[in-house]
Design a protein around this ligand. Structure first.
Ligand code: SAM
Length: 283
């Protein structure tokens, strides 16, 4: 019997297709459709609402770049907020920073956490049990608009702006981020594969600029986020954070003792260098 196929539905006229050698779990949760399957090349794969979220084989690229760039640029982050991130990959990378004292993760769908703990255990690698971690099941926009806590680094690891993730690309969400970001803090967010989702860069820049002194993007190619480099939004009032010399970043990286498979201080600094067409989309 030929294996079943998973064809991603993110784009109208173009899709990547995976052989599903084995479907491990599938459910329509309160918020979205969740499927976890095995693929011979990519390992265990998780998709939400027909869109690839993460695979065992290439997740390290995204999770290292979304975490170590803001944390090592900041240099003294004690409190970190993660919005989304139900697979636990960002949390795994954040807790590697021994100087971080508290991590709050606000995820809308408890089933994503539970199923990823079970079927993608290496993503969180025990991070959910780290004593510094607090997990809150809520819509991220509610949390940032109501919490009385303040954070040094806020990481929005959301789905694409469809379904429950859409609100995490809105001005009300960004205003909430602004109100709970400590002075000198930095906000980063998954902001789509720019070649395929050009308007995401333009709208994020337009919505973030009224709120933050420095709005930019950085990027990394994540193979299963198809269509070119994945862009990460960067927003802070602490403009020098993005301009630090590689020597400063390297000193912090080496002091952290963190082992990586993708991130290096040189990649960190270079990731902010954007192609002309992306700069043009930023307006
Ligand atoms: N790395 C993936 C990507 O770039 O597409 C995203 C990973 S993670 C699975 C995305 C998470 O965002 C999911 O667990 C989803 O449940 C969560 N999410 C979506 N909308 C949310 C919201 N409004 N508040 C909090 N979490 C949300």
């Amino acid at each position: 019997m030929s294996a079943m196929l998973f064809s991603e539905t993110l784009h109208e006229s173009w899709a990547q297709t995976f052989k599903m050698e084995q479907v491990l779990f599938e459910v329509r949760t309160e918020h979205q459709h969740l499927v976890i399957f095995r693929n011979a090349y990519w390992g265990t794969v998780m998709a939400l609402d027909g869109i690839i979220q993460t695979t065992e084989k290439d997740e390290f690229i995204y999770h290292e770049m979304m975490t170590h760039v803001p944390l090592l640029a900041h240099g003294d982050a004690k409190k970190v907020l993660i919005i989304g991130g139900g697979d636990g990959g960002i949390l795994r990378e954040v807790v590697k920073h021994a100087a971080v004292e508290a991590v709050t993760q606000v995820e809308i769908d408890a089933q994503v956490i539970e199923m990823c703990k079970q079927y993608l255990p290496n993503h969180s690698a025990g991070a959910f049990e780290d004593p510094r971690v607090t997990i809150i099941i809520d819509d991220g926009v509610n949390f940032v608009r109501t919490t009385d806590e303040q954070f040094d680094v806020i990481i929005s690891d959301s789905t694409d702006p469809v379904g429950p993730g859409e609100v995490l690309f809105s001005s009300p969400f960004y205003e909430g981020v602004k109100r709970c970001l400590k002075p000198g803090g930095v906000f980063v967010a998954q902001n789509g594969v720019v070649f395929m989702q050009r308007d995401e860069v333009t709208t994020s820049a337009q919505r973030l600029r009224p709120l933050f002194a420095d709005v930019h993007f950085y990027h990394a190619a994540v193979p299963t986020y198809v269509g070119g480099a994945m862009t990460f939004a960067w927003a802070t009032d602490n403009t020098p954070l993005r301009q630090q010399p590689v020597e400063v970043i390297r000193e912090r990286f080496e002091r952290s003792g963190i082992q990586t498979r993708y991130y290096t201080p040189e990649v960190h600094v270079a990731s902010f260098a954007l192609p002309q067409y992306v700069l043009a989309l930023m307006g």
